[in-house]
Ligand binder design. Structure first.
Ligand SMILES: Cc1cc2nc3c(=O)[nH]c(=O)nc-3n(C[C@H](O)[C@H](O)[C@H](O)COP(=O)(O)O)c2cc1C
Ligand code: SF4
Length: 485
């Protein structure tokens, strides 16, 4: 093998460096493209060897450590091992329906088809959607009118945190003019698949909402961060974005299998081509965001709703999408009032419980939103109503559980997920997730110790992952102590 002398680290193979340079064909000095470049190299060579990492580092003029630390952070980069082609989703919903063979992966956002097996050698067809040719973009409205409508509609962010949308946009108006808009299409919360629904049915509705947001805050650059699992949505966006007539630059970026990159500051790090480690706030993204520029981050459905409110009036803000999965007859995405209850969703939208199953409990907001018993299934699912029960509606991912489900097993699955996905940056989350997970696995149910660990995680973790991870455990210990006996 022809080796080139390299000042630091492993020598790189000059022929690999040349192959990579001609393969990438982009500006190799652009550090933020590192994750895109890793995907490109892995897809081409069907894996990532250390020699490829060394060659990519040389091609991009980065140190090998910089490339390796990024590649090894993300679950979708397979260093010195084959890229698995047969995958089995091991999310909470899929786990209810029995074990499927395949390389286990966290929730892939197809919970209505649980249990999900993915054969990447036979990709799913691209679903029918409304293309540009059948969609009509309206003239961009007056920014003050937009903000006024969003305020009247009381629109809150639908990615999880529920922050008032117009208020967040107004922060940007006071910031310096080099503003950026980021669309969060990471959708990693187990049980959530409503953003996929938006992108795979009517992508231009979201894209129009996105252009309205960029117009209101005057952002010239727009970044869409799409989770890697959504290959069909990626195909749709790659096909449709070039057809849009706009003077703004739209960058489509591919995630790489890290739930934490849905957290807005981890997402910014990832867009900069780094590991997805959440930043300490303040400063908030509106002050110092992507590449240090003032940044607005909104969820896919939030932007869809912005378009909906401007087209159909402020009443459109009183609905949202619910991802409903688990022990119901018709799992799927349902548009329903923001104050609907879980019981109504099950009965009126999801076809009722599966035959032979009694409603026992539900997760109102995916893995992190906690767990509630059936007796609390009449609570309205709006922001603020579930907090006094230690829960939140977040991204509105309802996982419905029945008398055939054991809550200790449910919580064991969820804690294993958080343990896997914790970025490891802060001790309460890194150690707390691992310790609780281990105790559950070993059936060491020391309730006092678990509650103490949960309290430390909630009060001292840097970001929402560690703060929310103990929610389902606390709910299950409170309402279903008998399942832990
Ligand atoms: C661990 C974690 C994961 C998150 N994942 C997502 C996600 O996948 N998609 C999303 O839109 N928001 C996610 N969020 C919320 C974002 O940090 C942020 O609040 C949201 O993107 C803002 O958009 P919105 O105001 O339109 O909801 C996550 C938050 C945390 C703490
Ligand atoms: S709370 Fe967890 S995921 Fe968030 S920064 Fe700390 S270690 Fe990382």
């Amino acid at each position: 093998m022809k080796k080139q002398f390299f000042t630091k680290g492993r020598q790189s193979d000059t022929s690999l460096v040349s192959q990579i340079i001609s393969l990438l064909g982009n500006d190799l000095t652009q550090r933020d493209l590192l994750i895109e470049n890793l995907h490109c190299v892995q897809d081409h060579f069907n894996g990532l060897s250390k020699d490829l990492i060394a060659a990519l580092a040389e091609a991009m003029r980065l140190s090998q450590a910089q490339v390796y630390e990024v590649a090894s952070f993300y679950a979708h980069f397979y260093i010195d091992r084959p890229v698995p082609k047969q995958k089995a989703c091991n999310s909470i919903t899929c786990s209810l329906f029995g074990k499927v063979d395949g390389y286990g992966v966290p929730c892939v956002g197809q919970c209505a088809q649980a249990p999900v097996f993915i054969d990447e050698t036979k990709p799913d067809p691209v679903p029918d959607y409304i293309p540009y040719e059948n969609y009509t973009y309206k003239p961009l409205p007056d920014p003050e009118h937009v903000l006024d409508q969003l305020e009247k509609a009381n629109l809150r962010g639908l990615g999880g945190a529920g922050f008032p949308v117009a208020r967040k946009w107004r922060f940007l108006l006071d910031a310096p003019d080099n503003r950026v808009l980021v669309v969060n299409a990471d959708e990693g919360e187990p049980g959530t698949f409503k953003d996929r629904y938006c992108l795979e049915t009517n992508p231009h509705k979201m894209l129009e909402g996105m252009l309205i947001a960029a117009h209101v805050i005057n952002a010239k650059d727009i970044y869409i961060y799409l989770r890697d699992e959504y290959a069909q949505a990626r195909h749709i966006l790659e096909t449709e974005i070039p057809k849009i007539k706009t003077d703004r630059t739209i960058h489509l970026r591919r995630g790489a299998g890290a739930y934490i990159c849905g957290e807005e500051t981890a997402l910014l790090e990832s867009l900069e081509g780094k590991r997805g480690l959440p930043r300490i706030k303040p400063p908030f993204p509106a002050q110092n965001g992507l590449f240090g520029r003032p940044t607005l981050i909104n969820n896919v459905e939030t932007l869809w709703r912005v378009q909906d409110i401007l087209e159909n009036g402020i009443e459109a803000g009183s609905k949202r999408f619910y991802s409903v999965s688990g022990r119901v007859k018709n799992p799927g995405v349902y548009e329903a009032p923001v104050d609907i209850s879980a019981r109504q969703l099950v009965a009126d939208y999801a076809g009722g419980m599966l035959d032979g199953h009694q409603f026992k409990a539900y997760l109102p907001g995916g893995a992190s939103g906690g767990i509630l018993p059936e007796k609390l299934a009449d609570l309205p699912l709006n922001f603020g109503s579930l907090e006094e029960y230690g829960c939140f509606v977040g991204s509105a991912a309802l996982v419905i559980l029945s008398d055939q489900d054991n809550m200790k097993q449910v919580v064991t699955n969820l804690m294993a997920f958080f343990d896997h996905e914790s970025c490891g940056q802060c001790t309460p989350c890194r150690v707390g997730c691992e310790k609780i997970s281990m105790m559950l696995d070993q059936n060491n149910i020391d309730k006092d110790l678990m509650m103490e660990l949960s309290a430390v995680m909630q009060s001292s973790s840097i970001c929402g992952l560690g703060q929310a991870a103990p929610n389902p455990l606390r709910g299950a210990l409170t309402y279903f102590a008998e399942d832990f006996a």
